[in-house]
Design a protein. Structure first.
Length: 242
């Protein structure tokens, strides 16, 4: 595989913990709890199936950190070969917010190294830790967030940025997914992902509508392209508590 193509693939995998925001555990869940999310493309084929399992929990001073093992199978196209990945991510719960630390990129880098033996990834990251308030209200505007990553593989550099903007709570309603029914707030936002490798640059801007359960996270999200055409739907299909 050419190095620039590998860098693009690595960037996609590194972005996974931040693009999806798919897990929706609460701070009260225990080790062994499991959630499964599936992303279905508008054409009807499944592009992502991710299993999240809590493998560690630490609590102190009103703060809880969950360590979550994420096992994903991702397809770039209907007939493409799935890419399997295993990540370990940490989620921080405070009395006011749920935080996805950008240090999760380090765990994603290790997963990429395991998939492609012999290739060492060096990276640095800056910017915000994406977070979600515990207390939401209709009409509430949420702050923009952006994470920037510099990636180096075999002396070739790549840059990636993931930005969420125009975030606003637009409604409160019941949402039904295969895992059950939830009382959720609807959050709409614009997501922009940019990846640059040498003279190759890719940028994608999407509109996203998410159903967020307070104190947990997203149980469903729908993505549209910049023209408003449906791209994909992600739903929680099972939630097993211990």
């Amino acid at each position: 595989m050419k190095t620039h193509a590998f860098l693009l693939l690595a960037a996609i995998l590194l972005a996974a913990p931040f693009i999806s925001n798919a897990q929706a555990f609460s701070k009260d869940d225990v080790v062994g709890a499991e959630q499964v999310f599936v992303t279905t493309e508008a054409e009807g084929w499944v592009s992502d199936r991710s299993v999240y399992r809590i493998v560690g929990k630490e609590s102190s001073d009103a703060r809880t950190v969950l360590t979550i093992a994420q096992k994903s199978s991702v397809k770039a196209g209907r007939d493409s070969t799935p890419i399997e990945s295993n990540l370990t991510i940490k989620i921080l719960y405070t009395p006011s917010s749920i935080v996805v630390p950008k240090e999760n990129f380090a765990g994603a880098a290790k997963a990429v190294e395991e998939m492609f033996e012999g290739r060492k990834i060096e990276l640095s990251f800056s910017g915000d830790d994406p977070s979600l308030p515990v207390n939401l209200s209709v009409g509430q505007k949420l702050p923009d967030t952006e994470v920037k990553v510099n990636i180096n593989i075999e002396g070739i550099n790549a840059k990636m940025s993931i930005k969420s903007s125009e975030q606003k709570v637009t409604a409160r309603e019941k949402v039904s997914v295969p895992a059950g029914s939830f009382d959720a707030f609807v959050v709409e936002e614009t997501s922009t992902v940019k990846v640059s490798v040498l003279i190759i640059s890719q940028s994608e801007k999407m509109k996203e509508k998410s159903w967020v359960v307070p104190g947990m996270g997203e149980v469903k999200s729908v993505v549209y392209d910049k023209k408003g055409k449906l791209v994909s739907t992600t739903e929680m299909i099972s939630y097993t508590k211990q």
